[in-house]
Design a protein around this ligand. Structure first.
Ligand SMILES: [Zn+2]
Length: 196
């Protein structure tokens, strides 16, 4: 919604890494070489990949970064680079209460036959645990089990919350948007108001 409204590209490091694995070395030789030598996708690789992407012409008017920066090292690198380029960023922090995240995700049910997603609290099937469309028994995906979700929230606390604190203490622009209970279009509206 934001990229459509502003007419700027959406740059997702997750998409870029998947692309890189698919198309291999011919697109980004230096990044691919690092990935092959190290195995793990280090901060250095991601930083380099993003810097190359941000230097492409379509990013000249601005861009929305998604999934980056995710660590302190990445944040420091990005801030340094943006300052060098004279680009001022805005960090948008979508705040959602952990209990609400857990309720949303643990309530998800999927139809193994047609893939339709339900939520026992927010979008329940007509009959408990049965798909409206084909009558198949609904299942909980492994990703949505509470222990897995808690692990992901712990990882967020360890790695990503310090990124937010870094931006706040460095006096960079951080917009807080409460995204706990509102549908996406309303969250988007709040972001737009804050940006204006
Ligand atoms: Zn179904």
């Amino acid at each position: 919604m934001l990229t459509q409204c502003l007419g700027i590209p959406h740059i997702s490091t997750g998409d870029m890494l998947r692309d890189l694995i698919r198309h291999g070395a011919e697109l980004k030789p230096c990044v691919a070489a690092k990935m092959h030598s190290g195995g793990l996708v280090s901060d250095e690789v991601v930083n380099l990949m993003v810097k190359e992407r941000l230097s492409e012409p379509d990013a000249g008017k601005g861009f929305v970064l998604d999934g980056y920066p995710r660590t302190l090292t990445q944040s420091e690198h990005l801030c340094g680079w943006l300052d060098e380029q004279g680009i001022r960023e805005v960090v948008i922090h979508l705040a959602v209460d952990y209990n609400i995240i857990i309720a949303r995700l643990t309530g998800r049910r999927e139809c193994p036959r047609c893939g339709t997603l339900y939520n026992v609290s927010f979008h329940p099937p007509k009959v408990d645990d049965v798909c409206d469309l084909d009558g198949e028994q609904l299942v909980i995906r492994d990703d949505d089990r509470e222990s897995v979700i808690r692990e992901r929230l712990d990882a967020y606390d360890r790695q990503t919350r310090p990124v937010l604190e870094f931006y706040q203490t460095a006096g960079r622009r951080v917009i807080q948007v409460d995204a706990s209970n509102d549908p996406p279009d309303l969250v988007f509206h709040k972001i737009k108001l804050a940006l204006q």
